[in-house]
Ligand binder design. Sequence first.
Ligand SMILES: C[S@@+](CC[C@H](N)C(=O)[O-])C[C@H]1O[C@@H](n2cnc3c(N)ncnc32)[C@H](O)[C@@H]1O
Length: 286
Amino acid sequence: MLFTPESTADGSFTFFSTDYGEAFHSQHGARQEAICKFVEPTNLIEKATRPNVRLLDICYGLGYNTAAALEAIWRVNPNCQVDVIGLEIDQTVAQAAIAYHLLDGWHPKIQQVLAELAQTFRVQAPHFKAQLLLGDARHTLQQLKQAPFDAVFLDPFSPPHCPQLWTVEFLTLVARHLKPDGRLTTYSCSAAVRTALIAAELKIGSTNPVGRRSTGTVACKQSASIDLPALSPRQQEHLLTRAAVPYRDRALNDSAETILQRRQEEWKISSLEPTSHWKKRWLTLI
Ligand SMILES: C[S@@+](CC[C@H](N)C(=O)[O-])C[C@H]1O[C@@H](n2cnc3c(N)ncnc32)[C@H](O)[C@@H]1O
């Protein structure tokens, strides 16, 4: 088995990726992260009263974000039809999660459908239809012809380790798959990611910190942005510093190294304020 379970502070387990040099979840709680950073900010609990809810889970991994969403939706409305598209480059992650029984804490029906999804990549069950599209999400998303989604979970490894899924071009593509009142959510509060979401013509807000970790980001189309939780003045100013230079990948095909290098060059000639000045200013204000 390629992955070894590691415990997190809420008692749930995650994996560590030696390829990306990073854990799949926050050490403060993998399960808690799925609920607080992904499910709650997308308003799925309110949307569960609808007959149908559609989810796009980018970087499906162990499947925790989908599991947390299903639990929240079916708790409110067991008859809600949930359609899920998961995008994932490595099928062995979800399969290892099942083999190690890491989904055992979720409802038995959820365990059953997600175990089937990990093995056969396609499931049709009462109130549930799902497909796991394997490959680079930059390419599988371009092939996706499905109706738009109520919620999009954006959960790649961090921008320095996986910049290809945080670029202006990729997020512009993702934004096209949101319903007019749909919400995208991510654990990241990176200024470069927030700038890319704005460049993708989305409105952004801040989600609550989980454990000692920083805030995340929630985004939606302009028409649905009225109740978006606002960025603090400190967070807004962060977007005016060099940290906000976004990642770019025009043909959605560049390597991580090329994307990092391109951003570094743009950063060097940027006329934006150095981020260290912003940090110092806010340290003295606190
Ligand atoms: C932080 S983990 C996601 C955790 C997951 N959402 C969960 O709840 O378990 C990132 C995932 O992105 C996948 N990944 C990395 N690069 C990818 C790419 N280019 N396209 C699709 N998936 C990718 C990794 O295999 C890994 O499973």
